[in-house]
Design a binder for this molecule. Structure first.
Ligand SMILES: Nc1nc2c(c(=O)[nH]1)N[C@H]1C(S)=C(S)[C@@H](COP(=O)(O)O)O[C@H]1N2
Ligand SMILES: [Mo]
Length: 326
């Protein structure tokens, strides 16, 4: 999703950001995590390596709730090696290469804004009451590729309910960790992103049963490149809404700013619902490449409205002009 830094320069003349990236190899704070484990407080989720096995309920294939698809799963290798996580660089291979030593313990999440229970919660506090479940979702990137991922997580609605948002809470904003020492992409002087990465949802979108807080995939804890220790998954929206490595959740009265909209509002909207009828200004959104792909198998399929989740979410946008609110 490389965007033009200067709208007046034709895209053909733009050098990808990645060519400029300062690829400093990052040495993680893994020592902190091992110290915590020695002290006997090994977290259930959030180990330094992120490879731990999870206990979770398998997805109900007959549920008819959108939680399951029988499309072929994208192999683990592709899900964990073809990533967008600009905090680690703009190449698809950067996150897997640079994030392996990223330590996610200790971790905390601050809850702010229009809620009666604000505060800073440890990752354990956040996760403790929630039973984990599997969801098999399509993930459609705005760049016109897609995957099918077996996530493990719990409904965002259940997490939000615990903090008791008040009647002024109409939106919720999410923020990714800001730590340029651990996230080399944030230290790049050539980055056009105003860090930290932020995303947002309308409250009814956040409370929809499809909206997931993911802590794992393929039955194991998230690897750092996929947004450990916890991330959002909003399957009817373009992938950039599914913000990774969350440290802050803020409830607001007004629509919050979001990273890609701030960067290029003409190209990336706040809603970002998957919509084959609204092209990106620089490419069509009518089709997508379903990973894995190869020269012999481009795996080109039609893009579906709301990424195929219209039954579950179309009602949220009744009466809205989706050409205008893209
Ligand atoms: N903090 C943060 N979250 C992010 C991104 C990012 O660069 N930084 N990229 C987004 C984009 S564009 C996509 S397509 C998905 C990719 O998720 P995956 O790498 O787990 O497939 O993460 C999203 N979440
Ligand atoms: Mo994306």
């Amino acid at each position: 999703m490389l965007i033009k830094a200067d709208q007046s320069i034709p895209s053909s003349e733009i050098t990808p950001q990645s060519a400029y990236l300062n690829r400093r190899r990052f040495i993680g704070a893994a020592g902190i995590a091992s110290a915590a484990m020695l002290a006997g407080c090994e977290p259930a989720v959030g180990s330094a390596t992120g490879a731990g096995k999870l206990d979770y309920r398998k997805v109900d294939k007959q549920g008819g709730d959108g939680f399951y698809t029988d499309e072929s799963l994208t192999p683990f290798e592709d899900v964990t090696r073809y990533n967008n996580f600009y905090e680690f660089g703009t190449d698809k291979s950067d996150p897997a290469r640079l994030a392996d030593s990223f330590a996610v313990a200790p971790w905390s999440v601050s809850i702010e804004g229009e809620v009666s229970k604000p505060g800073t919660y440890t990752l354990e506090d956040i996760l403790k009451p929630h039973a984990l479940e599997e969801r098999i979702y399509r993930l459609r990137c705005v760049e016109a590729w897609s995957m099918v991922v077996p996530w493990v997580g719990f409904p965002l609605a259940d997490l939000i309910a615990r903090f008791e948002p008040n009647s002024k809470a109409r939106f919720v904003q999410f923020t990714t960790l800001y730590d340029p020492k651990r996230l080399p992409g944030q230290a790049s002087p050539f980055s056009t992103i105003d860090w930290p990465y932020v995303e947002g949802l309308r409250m009814d979108e956040a409370m929809n049963p499809l909206t997931l807080v993911a802590v794992g995939l393929y039955g194991k804890e998230l690897l750092p490149q996929n947004g450990a220790p916890l991330r959002l998954v909003v399957p009817w929206k373009y992938g950039f809404k599914s913000i990774k490595s969350i440290v802050k959740i803020r409830f607001t009265e007004r629509q919050p700013g979001t990273t890609w909209e701030k960067l290029s509002p003409r190209e990336y909207g706040f809603y970002a619902n998957v919509n084959p009828a609204v092209d990106h200004p620089r490419w069509s959104q009518k089709h997508e490449r379903r990973l894995p792909t190869s020269l012999w198998n481009p795996s080109r399929i039609e893009t579906r409205p709301f990424n195929g989740y219209q039954e579950q979410v179309a009602h949220l946008y009744q009466g809205m002009d989706l050409q205008r609110y893209y």
